[in-house]
Write a protein that binds this ligand. Structure first.
Ligand code: IPE
Ligand code: MG
Length: 228
Protein backbone atom coordinates (compact mmCIF):
# COMPACT_ATOMS: atom_id res chain seq x y z
CA UNK A 1 0.00 0.00 0.00
CA UNK A 2 2.53 2.57 -1.16
CA UNK A 3 2.19 6.27 -1.93
CA UNK A 4 0.39 7.67 1.12
CA UNK A 5 3.12 10.21 1.87
CA UNK A 6 3.30 11.52 -1.70
CA UNK A 7 -0.47 11.72 -1.91
CA UNK A 8 -0.54 13.92 1.21
CA UNK A 9 2.42 16.04 0.09
CA UNK A 10 0.66 16.87 -3.17
CA UNK A 11 -2.11 18.32 -1.01
CA UNK A 12 0.29 20.19 1.32
CA UNK A 13 -0.80 17.92 4.14
CA UNK A 14 1.30 15.93 6.65
CA UNK A 15 2.25 12.37 5.70
CA UNK A 16 0.12 10.93 8.48
CA UNK A 17 -2.93 12.42 6.76
CA UNK A 18 -2.08 10.28 3.75
CA UNK A 19 -1.88 7.19 5.96
CA UNK A 20 -5.29 8.05 7.38
CA UNK A 21 -6.75 8.17 3.87
CA UNK A 22 -4.89 4.93 3.21
CA UNK A 23 -6.96 3.20 5.89
CA UNK A 24 -10.14 4.24 4.06
CA UNK A 25 -8.67 2.92 0.80
CA UNK A 26 -7.98 -0.38 2.53
CA UNK A 27 -11.53 -0.69 3.85
CA UNK A 28 -12.87 0.08 0.33
CA UNK A 29 -10.54 -2.46 -1.21
CA UNK A 30 -11.42 -5.22 1.25
CA UNK A 31 -15.07 -4.76 0.35
CA UNK A 32 -14.32 -4.69 -3.40
CA UNK A 33 -12.32 -7.92 -3.07
CA UNK A 34 -15.03 -9.65 -1.04
CA UNK A 35 -17.68 -8.54 -3.56
CA UNK A 36 -15.62 -10.13 -6.34
CA UNK A 37 -15.27 -13.44 -4.52
CA UNK A 38 -11.62 -12.98 -3.60
CA UNK A 39 -11.07 -15.04 -0.47
CA UNK A 40 -7.65 -13.84 0.62
CA UNK A 41 -6.22 -10.34 0.66
CA UNK A 42 -2.85 -9.66 2.25
CA UNK A 43 -1.62 -6.11 2.69
CA UNK A 44 1.70 -4.61 3.71
CA UNK A 45 0.90 -2.04 6.39
CA UNK A 46 4.20 -1.63 8.24
CA UNK A 47 7.53 -3.19 7.37
CA UNK A 48 10.35 -4.20 9.69
CA UNK A 49 12.28 -1.35 8.06
CA UNK A 50 9.62 1.34 8.63
CA UNK A 51 10.95 1.96 12.16
CA UNK A 52 13.64 4.03 10.41
CA UNK A 53 11.05 6.72 9.64
CA UNK A 54 10.84 9.91 11.73
CA UNK A 55 9.48 9.27 15.19
CA UNK A 56 6.34 11.34 14.66
CA UNK A 57 5.42 9.34 11.56
CA UNK A 58 5.99 6.01 13.34
CA UNK A 59 3.91 7.08 16.32
CA UNK A 60 1.28 8.46 13.93
CA UNK A 61 1.07 5.07 12.22
CA UNK A 62 0.81 3.24 15.54
CA UNK A 63 -1.93 5.62 16.68
CA UNK A 64 -3.71 5.04 13.41
CA UNK A 65 -3.88 1.30 14.12
CA UNK A 66 -5.87 2.05 17.27
CA UNK A 67 -8.13 4.53 15.46
CA UNK A 68 -8.66 2.18 12.51
CA UNK A 69 -9.54 -0.79 14.71
CA UNK A 70 -12.01 1.20 16.79
CA UNK A 71 -13.54 2.87 13.72
CA UNK A 72 -13.82 -0.11 11.36
CA UNK A 73 -13.68 -3.37 13.29
CA UNK A 74 -17.44 -3.69 13.75
CA UNK A 75 -18.09 -2.91 10.08
CA UNK A 76 -15.48 -5.37 8.81
CA UNK A 77 -16.65 -8.05 11.23
CA UNK A 78 -20.26 -7.66 10.03
CA UNK A 79 -19.13 -7.94 6.40
CA UNK A 80 -17.65 -11.40 7.00
CA UNK A 81 -14.00 -10.31 7.09
CA UNK A 82 -11.58 -12.40 9.09
CA UNK A 83 -8.58 -10.37 10.20
CA UNK A 84 -5.19 -11.93 10.82
CA UNK A 85 -2.02 -10.10 11.70
CA UNK A 86 1.30 -11.33 10.41
CA UNK A 87 4.60 -9.99 11.64
CA UNK A 88 6.70 -9.64 14.76
CA UNK A 89 4.35 -8.50 17.50
CA UNK A 90 7.00 -8.48 20.19
CA UNK A 91 8.26 -5.02 19.17
CA UNK A 92 4.93 -3.19 19.08
CA UNK A 93 3.36 -1.47 22.07
CA UNK A 94 0.98 -3.21 24.45
CA UNK A 95 -1.89 -1.05 23.15
CA UNK A 96 -1.29 -1.92 19.50
CA UNK A 97 -0.90 -5.59 20.38
CA UNK A 98 -4.20 -5.50 22.28
CA UNK A 99 -5.94 -3.87 19.28
CA UNK A 100 -4.63 -6.56 16.94
CA UNK A 101 -5.64 -9.33 19.34
CA UNK A 102 -9.12 -7.85 19.56
CA UNK A 103 -9.39 -7.59 15.74
CA UNK A 104 -8.44 -11.25 15.40
CA UNK A 105 -10.69 -12.41 18.21
CA UNK A 106 -13.75 -10.48 17.01
CA UNK A 107 -13.48 -11.85 13.47
CA UNK A 108 -12.20 -15.37 14.11
CA UNK A 109 -15.55 -16.94 13.10
CA UNK A 110 -15.70 -15.15 9.72
CA UNK A 111 -14.82 -16.81 6.44
CA UNK A 112 -16.01 -14.64 3.53
CA UNK A 113 -12.57 -13.08 3.08
CA UNK A 114 -9.39 -13.32 5.12
CA UNK A 115 -7.57 -10.01 5.43
CA UNK A 116 -4.00 -10.59 6.53
CA UNK A 117 -2.33 -7.41 7.67
CA UNK A 118 1.46 -7.57 7.55
CA UNK A 119 2.65 -5.38 10.39
CA UNK A 120 6.24 -5.18 11.56
CA UNK A 121 6.71 -7.79 8.87
CA UNK A 122 9.54 -8.54 6.48
CA UNK A 123 9.81 -11.38 3.97
CA UNK A 124 13.28 -12.29 5.25
CA UNK A 125 12.14 -12.08 8.85
CA UNK A 126 9.44 -14.61 7.97
CA UNK A 127 11.86 -17.10 6.42
CA UNK A 128 14.15 -16.86 9.44
CA UNK A 129 11.35 -17.19 12.01
CA UNK A 130 9.98 -20.20 10.11
CA UNK A 131 13.41 -21.88 10.17
CA UNK A 132 13.77 -21.15 13.87
CA UNK A 133 10.37 -22.60 14.67
CA UNK A 134 11.07 -25.68 12.52
CA UNK A 135 14.28 -26.26 14.48
CA UNK A 136 12.46 -25.71 17.77
CA UNK A 137 9.85 -28.27 16.68
CA UNK A 138 12.70 -30.75 16.35
CA UNK A 139 12.59 -31.25 12.59
CA UNK A 140 15.68 -32.90 11.17
CA UNK A 141 17.41 -31.61 8.04
CA UNK A 142 15.98 -34.57 6.07
CA UNK A 143 12.44 -33.86 7.23
CA UNK A 144 12.58 -30.25 6.10
CA UNK A 145 11.18 -29.59 2.63
CA UNK A 146 9.25 -26.73 1.01
CA UNK A 147 5.84 -27.87 2.20
CA UNK A 148 7.09 -28.47 5.73
CA UNK A 149 8.82 -25.10 6.00
CA UNK A 150 5.73 -23.46 4.50
CA UNK A 151 3.75 -24.66 7.52
CA UNK A 152 5.90 -22.49 9.75
CA UNK A 153 5.62 -19.35 7.64
CA UNK A 154 3.55 -16.50 9.05
CA UNK A 155 1.08 -16.83 6.16
CA UNK A 156 0.60 -20.60 6.40
CA UNK A 157 -3.16 -19.98 6.73
CA UNK A 158 -3.36 -18.53 3.19
CA UNK A 159 -2.58 -19.93 -0.25
CA UNK A 160 0.27 -18.34 -2.20
CA UNK A 161 -0.98 -15.13 -3.81
CA UNK A 162 -2.11 -15.30 -7.45
CA UNK A 163 -1.70 -11.57 -7.90
CA UNK A 164 0.74 -9.18 -6.24
CA UNK A 165 -0.15 -5.49 -6.58
CA UNK A 166 2.15 -2.63 -5.71
CA UNK A 167 0.81 0.91 -5.85
CA UNK A 168 2.82 4.13 -5.83
CA UNK A 169 4.96 3.59 -8.91
CA UNK A 170 8.00 1.79 -7.45
CA UNK A 171 8.89 -1.41 -9.25
CA UNK A 172 10.25 -3.59 -6.48
CA UNK A 173 9.08 -6.05 -3.85
CA UNK A 174 10.70 -4.28 -0.85
CA UNK A 175 10.90 -7.37 1.37
CA UNK A 176 7.18 -8.20 1.22
CA UNK A 177 6.14 -11.81 0.61
CA UNK A 178 9.41 -13.27 -0.66
CA UNK A 179 8.72 -16.98 -0.20
CA UNK A 180 5.10 -16.78 -1.34
CA UNK A 181 5.47 -14.80 -4.58
CA UNK A 182 7.45 -17.49 -6.42
CA UNK A 183 4.72 -17.76 -9.08
CA UNK A 184 2.56 -14.72 -8.36
CA UNK A 185 1.72 -12.39 -11.20
CA UNK A 186 3.24 -9.00 -10.43
CA UNK A 187 1.31 -5.82 -11.15
CA UNK A 188 2.70 -2.34 -10.63
CA UNK A 189 0.64 0.81 -10.85
CA UNK A 190 1.41 4.53 -10.45
CA UNK A 191 -1.86 4.94 -8.57
CA UNK A 192 -1.07 6.24 -5.07
CA UNK A 193 -2.58 4.01 -2.38
CA UNK A 194 -5.14 6.56 -1.02
CA UNK A 195 -6.67 6.62 -4.52
CA UNK A 196 -6.92 2.85 -4.83
CA UNK A 197 -10.37 1.26 -4.94
CA UNK A 198 -12.74 -0.89 -6.98
CA UNK A 199 -11.82 0.65 -10.37
CA UNK A 200 -8.06 0.13 -9.87
CA UNK A 201 -8.68 -3.36 -8.54
CA UNK A 202 -10.68 -4.19 -11.65
CA UNK A 203 -7.88 -2.86 -13.87
CA UNK A 204 -5.40 -5.11 -12.05
CA UNK A 205 -7.74 -8.11 -12.32
CA UNK A 206 -8.26 -7.49 -16.05
CA UNK A 207 -4.48 -7.51 -16.59
CA UNK A 208 -4.19 -10.63 -14.44
CA UNK A 209 -6.85 -12.38 -16.55
CA UNK A 210 -4.70 -11.87 -19.67
CA UNK A 211 -1.56 -13.34 -18.12
CA UNK A 212 -0.48 -16.77 -19.22
CA UNK A 213 0.36 -18.76 -16.09
CA UNK A 214 2.49 -21.82 -16.63
CA UNK A 215 4.15 -22.35 -13.22
CA UNK A 216 7.33 -23.45 -14.94
CA UNK A 217 5.47 -25.88 -17.20
CA UNK A 218 4.19 -25.42 -20.76
CA UNK A 219 0.93 -24.00 -22.08
CA UNK A 220 -2.08 -26.21 -21.52
CA UNK A 221 -2.75 -26.56 -25.29
CA UNK A 222 0.86 -27.63 -25.86
CA UNK A 223 0.62 -30.15 -23.02
CA UNK A 224 -2.68 -31.42 -24.50
CA UNK A 225 -1.03 -31.64 -27.95
CA UNK A 226 1.83 -33.67 -26.56
CA UNK A 227 -0.55 -36.03 -24.80
CA UNK A 228 -2.61 -36.57 -27.98
C1 IPE B 1 2.54 3.97 2.79
O1 IPE B 1 3.10 4.81 1.86
C2 IPE B 1 3.39 2.81 3.18
C3 IPE B 1 3.54 2.61 4.64
C4 IPE B 1 4.64 2.12 5.14
C5 IPE B 1 2.48 2.92 5.59
P1 IPE B 1 4.43 5.66 2.08
O2 IPE B 1 4.44 6.25 3.44
O3 IPE B 1 5.61 4.82 1.74
O4 IPE B 1 4.24 6.82 1.01
P2 IPE B 1 5.31 7.44 0.03
O5 IPE B 1 6.00 6.30 -0.68
O6 IPE B 1 6.26 8.23 0.86
O7 IPE B 1 4.49 8.28 -0.89
MG1 MG C 1 6.75 4.54 0.07
Amino acid sequence: MDGNGRWAKKRFMPRVFGHKQGVDALVRTVKACADRGIEYLTVFAFSSENWKRPEDEVSGLMGLVLVAVSKYLTKLASEGVRIRIVGDRSAVSEKVRAAWNEAERATAHNHRITLSVAFNYGGRWDVVQACRRAIEAGLSAEQLDEARLGQFMALSHAPDPDLFIRTGGEVRISNFLLWQVAYSELYFTDCLWPEFGAAELDAALATFARRDRRFGGVKTEEAAGQAA
